[in-house]
Design a protein around this ligand. Structure first.
Ligand SMILES: CC(C)(COP(=O)(O)OP(=O)(O)OC[C@H]1O[C@@H](n2cnc3c(N)ncnc32)[C@H](O)[C@@H]1OP(=O)(O)O)[C@@H](O)C(=O)NCCC(=O)NCCS
Length: 293
């Protein structure tokens, strides 16, 4: 099977969204875990958004007869050519009928080549733990396991917390300071993207100091000075966000944060893995990663 890799074009989006929906759906139904994409429309929204952003590079796998076989994306919002930022990979999907024939490997090599072309050496992703194929594929291509991840269903806080306020552009300097301190790399352009998308996010300030921030959903992330403060941010944000935005990712090495979330009535949905290539510095303080951005 002669397969070529091309950049994702707007006219590819409907077919690639269907493949994304079916690839994840087939896997997740087989293992009886909750679907990541509840409908083709949700997949179309995500693939369409990633395909249309200048800070993302999308790659499509195309069969010899022109049939689309799958796609993969590299997000590099905070990678400025100085190798300071960390790029994110995903979602990668191959049509169920085309899996196991090397297409996923070609799509991963495409994003890794794109990262190298842009001078990016640090790349991260979140791996679906039930998928032994992707676990093996990423490991073969040089990704190292860094942490277990639990997908958390937050329990909305029963009352408002006066220390919280919705993130606005005026918070970006504090967000830059917090993300560099906790993550050892910039995230501020990623957050600017969240504000443009309207992703729900809150700042926590007390005694005149910014203590942390959090954006909800698979796409968001957050940092705070203590596990208690990050758990409070997660549940406060859930109180103000529509239910389909609620899911969030917890590193299992964050035991105190895990307990703080469970104490607030949050529940665990499924397990994933955090993997990366290049230099890795364990984030400090309480932190929550995103799916790949
Ligand atoms: C993940 C996915 C994109 C992989 O695509 P694919 O085309 O099937 O993968 P490939 O055939 O290119 O590569 C699989 C590699 O893993 C290896 N592999 C697969 N299962 C393995 C296992 N259980 N143990 C060891 N190696 C395994 C294969 O031998 C192959 O290695 P090779 O390239 O050295 O020969 C595809 O399975 C998919 O779309 N899954 C559903 C969505 C999903 O889970 N996405 C990833 C989320 S983390």
């Amino acid at each position: 099977m002669k397969v070529t890799i091309d950049r994702v074009r707007p006219e590819h989006v409907p077919s690639l969204a269907r493949i994304c929906f079916e690839a994840f759906g087939t896997l997740q139904e087989r293992h009886h875990v909750q679907r990541d994409f509840d409908s083709i429309e949700t997949a179309q929204m995500v693939i369409g958004m990633f395909a249309g952003r200048p800070d993302f590079a999308g790659f499509a796998a195309i069969d010899h007869d022109g049939t689309l076989l799958g796609s993969n994306f590299l997000g590099f919002s905070d990678c400025n050519g100085d190798d300071e930022g960390v790029a994110g990979v995903g979602p990668i999907t191959v049509a169920p009928s085309a899996q196991g024939r090397g297409v996923g490997k070609l799509l991963m090599q495409a994003v890794m080549n794109e990262a190298a072309r842009r001078g990016i050496s640090k790349v991260r992703l979140i791996q679906e733990a039930i998928n032994t194929t992707s676990l093996s594929l990423y490991t073969k291509l040089g990704f190292d396991w860094r942490d277990g991840i639990s997908l958390i269903q937050p329990n909305p806080a029963p009352t408002d917390d006066p220390r919280m306020s919705p993130v606005t552009p005026a918070d970006l300097p504090d967000i830059d300071t917090i993300s560099r301190r906790h993550y050892h790399a910039p995230r501020v352009k990623e957050v600017e993207g969240f504000l443009k998308m309207g992703l729900p996010g809150f700042m926590l300030r007390s005694n005149g100091k910014a203590r942390g921030y959090f954006f909800t959903s698979f796409l968001g992330h957050g940092f705070a000075d203590t596990p208690e403060n990050l758990a409070a941010l997660v549940c406060h944000t859930a109180r103000h966000a529509p239910p389909h935005f609620h899911k969030t990712l917890l590193p299992l090495s964050e035991n105190e944060l895990h307990r703080a979330l469970l104490a607030r009535g949050c529940t665990s949905v499924k397990l994933l893995n955090y993997m990366s290539t290049g230099e890795y510095r364990q984030p400090q303080g309480a932190w929550m990663p995103c799916i790949g951005m």
